[in-house]
Design a protein around this ligand. Structure first.
Ligand SMILES: Cc1cc2nc3c(=O)[nH]c(=O)nc-3n(C[C@H](O)[C@H](O)[C@H](O)COP(=O)(O)O)c2cc1C
Length: 188
């Protein structure tokens, strides 16, 4: 059983990449196998049906296979104007498409997901999580009822990028553990 950890932002100093890394560290501490995916390594054009007709981009196929090889996801996703980032939505859309080479890979159905967010604001980007939850659910994933949302992002991480608040770390640890338990149950 293995989990895929990703951030919906590829900004150099992204708070969500820090949050995703904190989750990955916690998964490691709990002995849970996982892969950290950096979406900057797999750039994709904005989805367009005409592009798809010319053939799925290699990165779309690669990501579809990578998603399929994992049993669940930890997704740290920024809120842009109350919703999911175009980067993450675009990746989710491309990965949902298949061709003759990639049709045997199931990227979403029956997989689990834990959602994380943070924001410089006090609402911690939680409005976007509702949309991400809806999208993943419609793709057949099972999203944990609880998410982890960290407010005031610019004060939440140490210069080394670690979460500094013990309660937030504990919440992350608990939910990462819950994701592991649910994923193992489904795999069994
Ligand atoms: C286009 C855009 C829209 C944004 N809208 C929101 C928003 O609705 N709510 C919020 O809390 N922050 C919003 N922000 C601020 C982001 O939360 C902030 O830029 C955050 O650092 C992005 O995540 P990152 O650090 O992982 O890149 C927005 C930022 C951008 C660029």
């Amino acid at each position: 059983m293995s989990l895929l950890v990703l951030s919906g932002s590829v900004r150099r100093d992204s708070f969500h990449t820090k949050l995703a890394n904190a989750a990955a560290e916690e998964l490691g501490r709990q002995g849970q196998a996982h892969t950290v995916l950096n979406l900057a390594d797999f750039p994709l054009p904005l989805y367009d049906g005409d592009l798809e007709t010319q053939g799925l981009p290699a990165n779309a196929k690669h990501l579809r296979k990578l998603f399929a090889e994992h049993d669940g996801f930890v997704i740290a996703n920024p809120e842009y104007n109350g919703s999911i980032t175009p980067l993450l939505k675009n990746v989710l859309d491309w990965v949902s498409r298949k061709d003759a080479d990639s049709q045997q890979f199931e990227p979403y159905a029956g997989k689990t997901a834990l959602l994380l967010s943070t924001s410089p604001g006090s609402l911690a980007g939680q409005r976007a999580l509702r949309h991400t939850r809806e999208i993943l659910t419609s793709l057949g994933a099972i999203v944990l009822p609880q998410h982890v949302a960290v407010p005031v992002a610019h004060q939440a991480f140490s210069p080394e990028g670690k979460l500094t608040d013990a309660k937030q770390l504990q919440a992350l640890s608990t939910q990462v553990g819950e994701l592991g338990k649910l994923t193992a149950k489904l795999a069994a």
